[in-house]
Design a protein around this ligand. Sequence first.
Ligand SMILES: Cc1ncc(COP(=O)(O)O)c(C=O)c1O
Length: 423
Amino acid sequence: MNGPHPARSPVWHPFTQHAVMGNVPHIVGAEGAWLDASDGRRYLDAISSWWVTTHGHGNARIKAAICDQAGILDQVIFAGLTHEAAETVARGLVRLAPAGMEHVFFSDSGSTAVEVGLKMALGFWRNRGEIRTRILALEHAYHGDTAATMSVGARGVFNAAYEPLLFEVGRIPYPVAGQEQATYDALEVACRRGDVAALIVEPLILGAGGMFIYAAEALAEMARICRCHRVLLIADEVMTAWGRTGTLFACEQAEIAPDIMCVAKGLTGGALPLAATLATAEIFDAHYSTDRSRTFFHSSSYTANPIACAAARANIEIWETEPVRERIAALSVLQHRHSRRFDGDDRFANVRQLGTITALDVSASDAGYLAGIGPRLYEEFMRRGVLLRPLGNTIYVMPPYCICADDLQTIYVAIDDVVNALV
Ligand SMILES: Cc1ncc(COP(=O)(O)O)c(C=O)c1O
């Protein structure tokens, strides 16, 4: 491989154990669903590069928007100043989002979008003079890797070392099919304490925690319980938004309107880092005051970076002018067809699908994120030119929407062959 050997590269990669990682492929280009490496090898991006790439790598409209914006306005402080790209994106988000989302706060990543959402919820109650400081979160949740987002995420190997940084949250069982009542009961009990500021959920599917899917009715019922107890609902749509679950936002399927909604990843079509936290007028109004101590105290240097906003504006235009929903529906049908071939196959358990996402668990002696099979699967998929990055023994397929039928077939043939070879 031509790329720098990791031992000689100063780069420290995310979620990577360098001691057991072989050579890191050096990616020099990408188009559609494919990544090109410096040694001439190609990798089929079956996970949309950590779920960010929606329409495909190198989308022409997004690329052009980025180039144009770079020539007009590259960066400007966003405290006290504004610009057209951010204004257009904010209006677009309000237009597309569930009813009631009226204000848009920009940041740079999924984690920051969630941190902002949690801070908005706490600021809301404080500014209203009510003592509600407890956050509720689902078991198996993943909301990011900053201190607050780790706190609301499931505890485990990901964050054990950082425990001293984390705050305690109320943990609600995720709504397992057929056992949803346990979730509702736990939520009711927790809400009745009267000190709960917000419940944060990944709507319909818990992603990095294991690709656990739950019913839209369960999301609707959780929203109803929250509303009854005046507990704010934060929908973390960082993974689920922009079509992944079959609708633009996952919340649409439950016909709910959260109080706060976090989006990132596919907001720019996956081309540049940008995130947004959407909030109701009620949340905004609680911070709106001549008393400056009630200001929403959050910022980062690149808040609403104009080039990232231009990419997001182009993405929204794509959603509003191209048949993206039809592409997603077609991909969902294909995903169904391919994944169902593993139904009843002893090598796999829990073959599941939600919109464009499929997942299945490899029957292995150990499960969980550190399952020994995980890195072996990854290496073998990569050797075959397919970028699949299992979560332990859970393989998931989450490709960009431009993927063609033959390439999708290649992914499932690779799963079949690799699992045959390793299990
Ligand atoms: C549901 C959810 N929330 C938050 C995040 C964190 O996003 P980021 O990695 O952009 O900080 C992720 C990332 O995978 C996610 O899936």
